[in-house]
Write a protein that binds this ligand. Structure first.
Ligand code: CA
Length: 423
């Protein structure tokens, strides 16, 4: 794992794209996240980099010769680092490429953002220990945290086909549910539809089947990170989850943000990986000096709710909670290493979800299940509406950013999804 700082992280660096220098932008020249976009329905998909409120066409700027993100993701970190340096130099104030590259820019609001890459496989981990504990209490009051939690980075194989980019709209899912007093289950629209605040790791270079990736190499296989909303039907989940884990409660829709923030862009925001006193240290294959020193990443996370009533009244969304990826129990490197320890092969574009990121305090919860204590305590919103779970028309917006003294703040953009009435 190598997260060295270089000229692309220099906080004094400014861009000739004026909007990239504005305070609070998610996309200053120190970020440079990758996405896939088209200029309109009849235009080809291109790979772009977000800079301020613009997107730079990398092929038109003669930086790459592919429109296929997965191909780019398979490149070595050294090649990707060289590409990042070239983009940074070309977009920097005073660059000789300004005149040529001005024609390679589009306004972000005027383009269509697509899924950034083909996601072949999706695995969702469970690294949020506060989420695991709180939810465990609701499902199993006697044994909230199962004995394996502090030893194994728990995960399950999710479904890739229903993952879509920010802006996703989906009908309320139907499913089998059975209340505690019902004699038999019924099929009906979920009454306990929820979101989950997560980060996603998109795999870069793959590993061959049978060849595990060790901790020292793990982050060389991570291309970057996105926001992930793992929509969940809690009533379906409660009835179906034993003994094999989540199934139809989770695979009807998952939303990710369009811009992949690279591991290199995240380098200034690393933090030590530590375990609370009394907790077991990771097994040797999940341990490394670099992981202990800087395995964590300080990403601030937020969830916002926009209801139909808010849209009708012309008011903005309301923030439901705030947490940090710093509180995750397992790191990106540990997820990657554990996933491959048995010889499982990861491929460019595979998505690894972090699991719901809830903080230690109740108001830092990353799902409604936690915020409302399983639907028992409704939230009252500023406009007087109440919520236990999501209603039709509700939109959930996730956002994230990194901030540290001496560095430029970078953001992840928006991950937005909306619930439509059941069909
Ligand atoms: Ca999840």
């Amino acid at each position: 794992m190598k997260t060295s700082l270089n000229a692309t992280h220099d906080p004094h660096l400014r861009s000739w794209v004026a909007s990239a220098n504005e305070a609070g932008t998610d996309f200053p020249i120190q970020n440079l996240p990758f996405g896939t976009y088209s200029r309109g329905p009849r235009h080809d998909r291109r790979i772009g980099v977000a800079i301020g409120d613009r997107v730079l066409d990398l092929r038109m700027a003669k930086l790459i010769d592919t429109d296929d993100m997965n191909e780019l993701m398979a490149q070595s970190p050294a090649k990707m680092s060289a590409l990042r340096a070239a983009i940074s130099q070309g977009l920097a104030e005073g660059s000789a490429r300004q005149a040529e590259w001005e024609g390679c820019l589009s306004r972000q609001y005027a383009v269509n953002l697509h899924l950034p890459c083909r996601i072949g496989d999706y695995t969702d981990f469970y690294t949020g220990i506060h989420h695991a504990t709180t939810v465990g209490k609701l499902f199993r009051p006697d044994a909230p945290l199962l004995p394996n939690y502090k030893w194994v980075p728990i995960g399950y194989h999710g479904r890739a086909s229903s993952i879509a980019v920010s802006g996703q709209q989906f009908p309320r899912p139907l499913g089998q549910t059975k209340g505690p007093n019902d004699e038999a289950p019924v099929l009906r629209p979920s009454q306990r539809l929820d979101y989950e605040l997560e980060l996603g790791v998109l795999v870069g270079q793959g590993n061959a089947m049978g060849e595990p990736v060790d901790m020292a190499q793990a982050e060389a296989h991570a291309f970057g990170m996105v926001l992930l909303n793992d929509w969940s039907a809690r009533d379906v989940q409660a009835w179906e989850y034993q003994p094999l884990g989540p199934f139809l409660a989770k695979n009807f829709a998952s939303t990710i943000s369009p811009w992949i923030v690279t591991m290199e862009a995240l380098a200034p925001f690393r933090a030590p990986f530590t375990r609370p006193e009394g907790d077991p240290q990771p097994l040797p294959y999940l341990d490394s000096p670099a992981n202990r020193e800087q395995g964590n990443i300080d990403v601030e996370l937020e969830v916002w709710l926009e209801t139909q009533a808010m849209r009708d009244a012309g008011v903005g969304p309301e923030r439901l909670s705030q947490s940090s990826f710093r509180d995750a129990y397992w790191t990106v490197a540990q997820m990657l290493t554990h996933h491959t320890v048995n010889g499982c092969n990861l491929q460019p574009g595979d998505l690894l979800g972090s699991g719901t990121q809830s903080g230690a305090r109740p108001e830092q919860a990353g799902s409604l299940l936690e915020l409302t204590s399983g639907g028992k305590n409704a939230l009252t919103l500023a406009n007087g509406e109440t919520r236990t779970f999501l209603q039709d028309g509700d939109a959930i917006i996730l956002s994230a950013w990194c901030e540290r003294e001496g560095f430029t703040r970078i953001g992840f953009g928006e991950c937005r999804g909306q619930v439509l009435p059941a069909r």
